[in-house]
Ligand binder design. Sequence first.
Ligand SMILES: [Ca+2]
Ligand SMILES: [Ca+2]
Length: 444
Amino acid sequence: MNVITTDTHGICEAPVRICGCIHRENGDPVGNVTVELFSNGVLIDEDLTGADGCYEFNDLNIGLDYTVIPSKIINPKNGVDINDASLVAQYAGNKPSLNSAYKIVSADVIFDSGGKVSVNDAQLIARVAAPSLPNDFGQQPSWKFVISEYEFPVLPITGSYNDNFPMERNIFNIDGDYCDENFIGMKMGDVNLSANPQNAQGGNQSRSLASGFLSVDPVVQVEDSVFTLNIKAGSFQGVKDFQVGFTWDKNQIEYLRYSLNEFGIPESSLAGIIIDGDSIAKADGRLYLGWYDPFFNEDGVSLQSEDLIAKIVFKLKDLSIDKLNFGQDSTIEAFYTNHEDRRISVNIDFNNIELDIVSGTSNTYIDRNYRVFPTISAGLIHVQTSESVEYILEMYDMNGRQIQRELQSGDAGIQIGSFISGQYMLKITEVKSGETGTFRIIKK
Ligand SMILES: [Ca+2]
Ligand SMILES: [Ca+2]
C-alpha cells in the first residue's frame, strides 16, 4: 500500500545549515569565539569555535531570516606588547608601519574625535602591555570581526574606520545551506599578529635564536637600608623597542622609586618609557619596563655593554639579609625589536647580588657632616666628611669589644677585609665639638 503525503506548509523540508570559519588576516584560525545565531531578532543558538576556527548551526528552517554575530572578549592582553605600541606610534607619526586595514582596526583602541590612529592609541596599548596596568581596552572589546569578503576603503595615513564595517552576517529567507559565512578576526592592540588566536592566555611569539641580555652590579652598596640596583645593557644593537619585567621578594625589600637613563639619546625620547605604577610594583614585588623610540630612528638605538638603562631604588626590610631573590618576570616576554624588525629575546643576569651594608646614625650633626659607605670591591669602609677637623674612628664588634681606634682628619678608609662576618659598630667622635655618631656595619 502506498501512502502519499503532500507537504503544503514546508514543515517536512530538509533542515538547512549555516556555518563558516574565522581566521586572522594571516590565515590562523581563531578559536574560542562565541558565535550567536539570531532569528527575527531573537537569540536562538550559539556555538564556540574550536581549534579550526569554525562554527556550525544545524536544523534551521527554510524561509526564515538569520543573523550571525561573532564575539570574543577574553584575555585583552593576549599578544599585546611594546612592539605593538611602537608600530602604532609610528603609524600615528605618518610612517606606513601598518600594512592592512585589519591592523588599523586593531590599532584604533581609542576612538579619538575625527577618527584617527593617534599616539593616544599607542599609549593605551603600551599600558595594556604592562602586566599590572589596565588589563583591557575600556570601551573596546578584546577582538573585533569583519565579514571575510569585505574590502575596506583605503584611508589616508593615520585615519581609522571607527567600526564602520560589517560585523555580522544576515541571511534573509534562507533557501539552502550557507556554509561560507566566514569572518576575519582582529585582536585589538595586536598589530604584529603575535596573539595566540586559539587560547585565552599567552601568545605564540616567534622567538629569535639571537638574544640580548641585561645585567646588574654584582655588588651593591646599602646605606641606611637603601640601595640602588643599576639595570645595564648587555648586547642591545639597533633597538627600536624593548620590554622586560623584574620580580623581587617583597618580604625582603621594599620598592621605593626608579629613575631612567637616556642612554645617549635625547631625554625627551623617554616619552616612550612605560613603567608599572609604583603602588602596584610595591604590592606585587614586580616592575615592568617598556620602551620604544618615539623618533623611529631607522637604525634603532645601539647600546654599549654596561650602558645604564634604569636605576631602581629599594629599601632592605632586614639588614641581616645577605642574598636577594631577584628574578625575571615570567608573565611577560622579555625582548627587544631590532632595526630589521627581528624580535630578540632578552635574558636578565642577576648574578647573585651581594650586599655591602652600612646603616646610619641618629646624630643630625654627624649625619650632616659625615658619610659612611662601603666600596664596591668590598673590604673597605669609606668615611667622607665636609669638615677638616680631627675625629676619632672606633670600631666595635657585636660584643661591644673595641677592635680598632684611630685619629683621623678629612676622608678616611677602614680595612675590614680581615674581619669575620657579622655586625660591627663604627663610632665617630669629633675631637673639637665632642659630637658622636654611630654606624652599624654588616660584614658579609
Ligand atoms: Ca584612535
Ligand atoms: Ca603583538
